[in-house]
Design a protein around this ligand. Sequence first.
Ligand SMILES: [Zn+2]
Length: 376
Amino acid sequence: MRRNIKQFKMRKILLFLFWNIILLCGNYLKAQNVYEVIDSTDIKIEARINFIRNYFAGDREQAKEFWHPKYQQKKDYNYAVFIDAVSRNFSPKDIRKNNKLLISELEMLNDTLSYCKIEVFTLDGLHYLTYKYFIIDINGKLFFDNCLPYELSRFQNVPTEYLDFYISPYHTISRSALTSASKTVDSLYNVLRPGQNKEKFKIFMCSNIEEMDILSNMTKYYGYVGGFTNMEEKYAVYAYDSPIHKHEFVHLILGKRSGMGYILGEGIPTLYGGVSPQISYYEGRMELQEGYRKALYNFEKLYNREISNAKNNVPSYTIAAVVCEYIRRKFGLDELLALYYNPNINDDNLLVELARKSLITKERLIDEIEVIIFEK
Ligand SMILES: [Zn+2]
């Protein structure tokens, strides 16, 4: 009897502990949930809410399966990565874990097509961005789709020989400016990849931030990007008045490579196309000279992008271009391009490789590169 009472007490304690653990787990799950403010009594809406929830419960490997089958062979299937670093560097599961997510809109457009908006707040409650995704039903299975294919009608399509323009209704750009942009692509091709088949690229000319954002699945974003290139899909997006953006043209002409290096990846476009339509490579080099004189940075800090002002990309783009100019002078353009396409070359081993090829020490190599910075 005594023994039974003891056992009963023990069972009670265990049960108490058990329920506490369940409650704690429940709170934990709730804290990580995706909330919605829309009416989810409709069965179609409910299915889509569950679809969104499941997506934000998955890791990087699972994420791609939620996207339209047309992206299955692509590396960049979610176009949010072109603007936003969080979308680029975190899995959906981690985005959910590190933020508060709220489904603020979810509407059926027809039987198979719908769209949703998802608000992302930091854990402190600050609004970070609003995603917009289309959701398409293909044979009873749901998939996300990028906004870009659905946004084409807001741009005016003007084809030229090498560039297919999509122009914001707020821009007025002369036909001759578009033709000369196309000619610029032609001449860059002739310099960089002579004899190669010339491909045609799409250019989205935006006139404001909203237009740029929506092409990257966002209706609200607090950061700002002047332009970007989707090399896989062969299009560039930018928000400048001029259709000529040589830096992005070079990205498109060089195309995708397996290496991950910033120096060759941004250096060649900056060397041949400037930092942006407003800042040439030469002007970038003058800024570097000034920065060196004021002791704002040194080669190491520039090379590793540890410079204090992260908002100004002129120093880091230009140092990359200076390294590329050094390679072009010493080994020629073919070798510069061979390094660009070499999957084993990255920012960490590039200098060692160059020193080895030049039969000099890394220190000497850096001295030789720095000479280029200070040229008039
Ligand atoms: Zn670039």
